[in-house]
Design a protein around this ligand. Structure first.
Ligand SMILES: [Zn+2]
Ligand SMILES: [Zn+2]
Length: 70
């Protein structure tokens, strides 16, 4: 059986790392049981979300942006 490995991040999300192929012709693909490799830090999604949130705060959070010019 092939084996799929997943990353598990500190944020709790998992993402697929890859599949180790066993090379057997009769193999039906990776098992439903995945190997877990722990990763410290947030996943890509959470990282980009945190970054875009910061950018939004910088762009739209200021009081000046809320006042129209007239
Ligand atoms: Zn296999
Ligand atoms: Zn995450």
């Amino acid at each position: 059986m092939c084996k799929q490995t997943d990353y598990k991040y500190s944020c709790g999300h998992t993402s697929m790392k890859g599949v180790k192929a066993c090379g057997k012709k009769t193999c039906l693909g990776p098992d439903s049981k995945h190997d877990i490799e722990k990763k410290t830090g947030d996943c890509y999604d959470c990282k980009t979300r945190a970054t875009s949130k910061k950018v939004n705060e910088k762009r739209g959070g200021g009081k000046l942006a809320k006042n129209p010019p007239h």
